[in-house]
Design a protein around this ligand. Structure first.
Ligand SMILES: *[C@@H]1O[C@H](CO)[C@@H](O)[C@H](O)[C@H]1NC(C)=O
Ligand SMILES: *[C@@H]1O[C@H](CO)[C@@H](O)[C@H](O)[C@H]1NC(C)=O
Ligand SMILES: *[C@@H]1O[C@H](CO)[C@@H](O)[C@H](O)[C@H]1NC(C)=O
Ligand SMILES: *[C@@H]1O[C@H](CO)[C@@H](O)[C@H](O)[C@H]1NC(C)=O
Length: 288
């Protein structure tokens, strides 16, 4: 952290107390300031009002197909009190920012130099929205709406997302859902089966993830055999998987599919282009 600033500390001990303050301490001090004027004066260096997305001090989220950089009150103290935040995304060819929501902010999202397919599903009852964003255009994702974005091009693409909260937060749908207790997931999936749920959960890749089969084929990119999965919700006793035996009695009331089937993503995913690689085995017994 602050490695790029460390030379400045050496050059000028006058500023050292400011520069060495951890981000959280700076944010705490700013939150105690009684007025906006005090906040401006608390940040005594002009450069503290700059966040460099190409060389960020923090706020990086990385997956197999790109990364995002986020400037919020957690990574950029000058934002405190201003009610805005920004994310810049660097999507590799076919990279996907997997479905997620922002619990505390509406997002407007500007495509800089690539064509990005966006999908958005607001609350229950709202219709599904899909768009291609060519360079120079933007779209809006209402607060709390589920949305995803795919770079449909064969070159890297950059987007800029602005938020009307300094702490918009992010909830990644797949990671959240599969972080719930195993029996709850199983029940929600109509009694899919514990081992099937485990197979699905194992595969959820970190953001930015490798995108659709259609894009990979068109761009002549091989799907990597595995992607990092460090963004999974940690398992504790309350949401742990049972030890890897055949279904224990209380978990699933249904005689679910035999353990031989190991599907990947749920078939409900709209761009169902993954049929080639996958035996999508939702048991025929899943009558609602
Ligand atoms: C903004 O949209 C692009 C695609 O249009 C997407 O890749 C990106 O994830 C979006 N940004 C955020 C923060 O959701
Ligand atoms: C878009 O901009 C990013 C960041 O500068 C760059 O990495 C990427 O290669 C650019 N893509 C195109 C198609 O110009
Ligand atoms: C499902 O597949 C994953 C990876 O391919 C594997 O780690 C896991 O053990 C499998 N689960 C079952 C129940 O076969
Ligand atoms: C897919 O299912 C078929 C029939 O159930 C089976 O023969 C085949 O081995 C399965 N393929 C994979 C990859 O699991």
């Amino acid at each position: 952290m602050f490695s790029s600033l460390s030379t400045a500390v050496v050059l000028s001990t006058v500023f050292s107390s400011v520069l060495c303050t951890p981000l959280s301490d700076q944010v705490a001090a700013l939150r105690l300031d009684p007025t906006a004027v005090d906040r401006v004066n608390t940040l005594s260096l002009d450069k503290q009002f700059i966040f460099d997305f190409f060389n960020p001090p923090a706020g990086v989220t990385t997956g197999a197909a790109g990364h995002t950089v986020t400037a919020t009150s957690g990574t950029f103290p000058a934002i405190v009190g201003n009610g805005v935040a920004m994310t810049v995304g660097f999507l590799g060819p076919c990279g996907i920012n997997t479905p997620h929501t922002h619990p505390r902010a509406t997002e407007i999202n500007f495509s800089v130099n690539g064509t990005l397919r966006t999908g958005m599903l607001a609350e229950n009852g709202a219709r599904f929205i899909v768009n291609d964003l060519p360079p120079g255009s933007m779209t809006v994702f209402p607060q709390g709406s589920v949305h995803f974005e795919v770079n449909t091009g064969c070159e890297a693409a950059m987007f800029v997302a602005a938020f009307n909260s300094e702490d918009p937060g992010v909830s990644s749908l797949a990671q959240r859902f599969f972080g719930l207790p195993i029996d709850i997931i199983d029940a929600t999936m109509g009694g899919l089966g514990i081992q099937q749920v485990e197979g699905l959960a194992d595969k959820i890749p970190d953001n930015i993830a490798v995108g659709t089969d259609e894009c990979l084929k068109r761009c002549n990119i091989a799907r990597p055999p595995a992607q990092p999965t460090a963004q999974h919700q940690p398992r504790v006793s309350g949401n742990a998987f049972p030890t890897n035996t055949v279904l224990s009695a209380p978990v699933s009331s249904q005689p679910s599919a035999p353990a031989s089937s190991n599907s990947t993503m749920p078939t409900s995913a709209p761009p169902a282009s993954s049929a080639s690689a996958v035996n999508s085995t939702v048991p025929a017994s899943s009558s609602a």
